[in-house]
Design a protein around this ligand. Sequence first.
Ligand code: FAD
Length: 415
Amino acid sequence: MSEAAMDLGLSPRVTELREKVADMVQNEVLPLEEEFLAEVAKGDRWTYTPRMSEILEGLKAEARKRGLWNFWLTDSERGYGLSTVEYAYLAEEMGKAHLGAETFNCSAPDTGNMEVFERYANDELKEKWLKPLLEGEIRSAYLMTEPDVASSDATNIAMSCVRDGDDYVLNGEKWWSSGAGDPRCKIYIVMVKTGDDDTPRHQQHSMIVVPADTPGIEVLRAMQVYSMDDAPHGHMHIRFKDVRVPASNLLLGEGRGFEISQGRLGPGRIHHCMRAIGQAEQALKLMCKRSVQREAFGKPLARLGANFDIIAEARMEIEQARLLCLKAAWMMDQGDPRAAAPWISMIKVVAPNMALKVTDEAVQMHGGAGVSQDTPLARQWMHLRTLRLADGPDAVHRRQVARKELKQYTQQNMG
Ligand SMILES: Cc1cc2nc3c(=O)[nH]c(=O)nc-3n(C[C@H](O)[C@H](O)[C@H](O)COP(=O)(O)OP(=O)(O)OC[C@H]3O[C@@H](n4cnc5c(N)ncnc54)[C@H](O)[C@@H]3O)c2cc1C
């Protein structure tokens, strides 16, 4: 692939789509968001009040009516046939609202899970689970991380999955299963251990499809993020006790879990980064507005102390991160996952850290209001902080980048 041919431009078609998505986010989604979140506090936090359903389903219906749905689908029959680069511009706009991605059926973890169904599931599983997911009728969760093992090294995953006649039987615990608290979450994709310790390390694991209502599944608790439960989405701690599913629910074949997880996590990671850049833009906008509207010591806040520098730094860092994100997306579009991997790792470190820093400065510029419920900044900060862990902690991605860099200079295995 020649980088000379790298096209990070906005085609007229994508420009038009971006305008439509931005319009929907700014004028339809954002105005309803605080009301939606306030509703969560009413009654049982793990159900949808009638008003919450009305808001969310109303937004989804409006998006479909405007032809803004399932942008992540890479084929042009059912989707738009967008490249990852093209999708980036839309995801950035979606990232500006809490409900943005779901409004267009483009939210995590569902897009990654739908991609897994699309690529690796048999027709029966596709009919049963992919179809309602594509329609936005149900939701899904991706269960890899476990409480008892360091899951940033996925070869440690230990949930047992044993063949018994026509079934597999699963035992073990998962946690941080995002979205599994949602009553609409009907299906899990679960990473399990099917091989014994003598099997090569990257062939010991498999992915299996497990309906959320299978007997033996017990949701133990919602993990809290800085004391917040993120209801009704939730990040659940789940126990599997003799959970039995048909053998045909195993995707691709025993021992091929890593193959699937690499395919799944690449696009998922990059979509998170694109949305994080949108969040950073939103934080900078709020920071600038506040800094020109409010006065202290006889001057607008913007003109006090180092605030010019803070604002300039934020703009420069957003622009740098966006270009890196587009380059990583372009690398993905070249069809060589190994070559794209270090670029995905680079942006997976850069985008959440940058967006977290910009959001933190915006919090500071708002004074007490910044940490309160009166702006989206506190919630956004919390979410971005978790993104430095979810889908691989920073250190794991830095390691990938350094290994690739050092490979040019030594034959030694640098670990
Ligand atoms: C809000 C949130 C949502 C999540 N959603 C999901 C989900 O939907 N599904 C799912 O399966 N998981 C999910 N996770 C889990 C997340 O992916 C894991 O927490 C992450 O992979 C780290 O695994 P661990 O927690 O076991 O940390 P550990 O593996 O114990 O790692 C802890 C720390 O060790 C250090 N470390 C690890 N490896 C290295 C290295 N190579 N070099 C240097 N230092 C290193 C890092 O500082 C790292 O943060 C979510 C997590 C959060 C916080």
